[in-house]
Design a protein around this ligand. Structure first.
Ligand code: ZN
Length: 323
């Protein structure tokens, strides 16, 4: 247990067999009600850990809000489990809707993998960690509305839009104390995964950039992010993240010069990846779709900038440079 600010505690919740290692769970204590932010994968061993956190901090199920920053299973897995115990759960409607329509969501994930060219990799949804450790059943939630305030103890949090990493990610900003709980928007050492969610969700990398710029301009003394150590200087880290993606966009442009028409899988193979496999063909199954999803988000961003376009042949997309 670590008090990181007055009445704000951080607990590291184990994410078994996952490269992210831990989820930073934040507990904000108030007199009449308290709040816990995010809750980890849906696994027996993590259920026990989360119940211990409630006990250790003297949290009452009936007087505690669970605030979910976004729909990823490492953040929401135990939400229905806690809801059944009486905890009120908040999440944005955009992410809540995706979460409560798992069949449509996983169908779309499969279709996107096919658009990206993963038919030749024997792509299976069942091996996706987000699928394996998702919530049980449907989540009965209260909508977290952008601009609304949530008062806990001495704090008055404003719900802010941090979409990009997921279509409906939100954060909590406390203006007076200059605190921001940012979910996976800005992480130290790790580059948050930006993926293609489907054409109806638009340019996710562009949305992410817009929300990085927004946070850049905010006054923040403590940035509470969901994984690894806390970010000390948000502006310095945002500059690094933007530079990373600009380099990535250059890699994508270069990859597209190799062929007249490239599948997303072709482009992905040309990019540099921090993973202990010699080449794309040896990537673990789930990493392949993370990788092609990321490449696809960068290709779509270039399309929004007017630099590339695509054609579709059967179930696969092929991108090409227009300039
Ligand atoms: Zn996430």
């Amino acid at each position: 247990m670590r008090e990181v600010y007055h009445n704000i505690f951080i607990e590291e919740l184990l994410l078994p067999n996952n490269p992210l290692k831990y989820l930073n769970v934040f507990i904000i204590k108030g007199e009449s009600r308290s709040m816990i932010i995010d809750c980890g994968f849906n696994m027996e061993e993590t259920k026990e850990i989360i119940l211990n956190i409630f006990e250790k901090h003297g949290l009452d199920f009936d007087n505690t809000i669970l605030y979910l920053t976004h729909l990823h299973s490492d953040h929401v897995g135990l939400a229905t489990f806690l809801r059944e115990k009486g905890v009120e759960v908040y999440i944005s409607q955009v992410d809540g809707d995706i979460l409560n329509n798992p069949d449509a969501t996983w169908d779309a994930t499969y279709k996107n993998a096919m658009l990206q060219g993963l038919s030749e990799d024997n792509f299976k949804i069942e091996e996706h960690p987000g699928y394996k450790y998702a919530i049980t059943g449907k989540l009965d939630y209260t909508e977290a509305v952008i601009g609304d305030s949530l008062k806990i103890g001495d704090y008055d949090f404003e719900i802010i839009d941090l979409s990009g990493h997921t279509p409906g990610m939100t954060g909590l900003y406390e203006k007076e104390h200059r605190l921001l709980f940012c979910g996976d928007h800005i992480l130290q050492r790790i580059t948050p995964n930006i993926t293609f969610w489907g054409f109806e969700y638009g340019d996710s990398l562009g949305t992410y950039f817009k929300n990085l710029d927004k946070v850049y301009d905010m006054e923040i003394v403590h940035l509470f992010s969901s994984h690894r150590e806390l970010v000390k200087d948000h502006r310095e880290r945002i500059d690094e993240l933007k530079l990373h993606h600009e380099k990535r966009l250059d890699e994508v442009r270069n990859a597209l010069t190799l062929k007249r028409y490239s599948s997303i899988r072709d482009v992905t193979k040309q990019l540099h990846w921090d993973i202990r496999s010699n080449n794309f063909d040896e990537f673990p199954q789930s990493q392949k779709s993370f990788a092609t999803g990321e490449a696809h988000a960068h290709l779509e961003h270039l399309r929004y900038r007017g630099e590339v376009d695509y054609i579709q042949k059967f179930e696969k997309l092929y991108y090409f440079l227009m300039i």
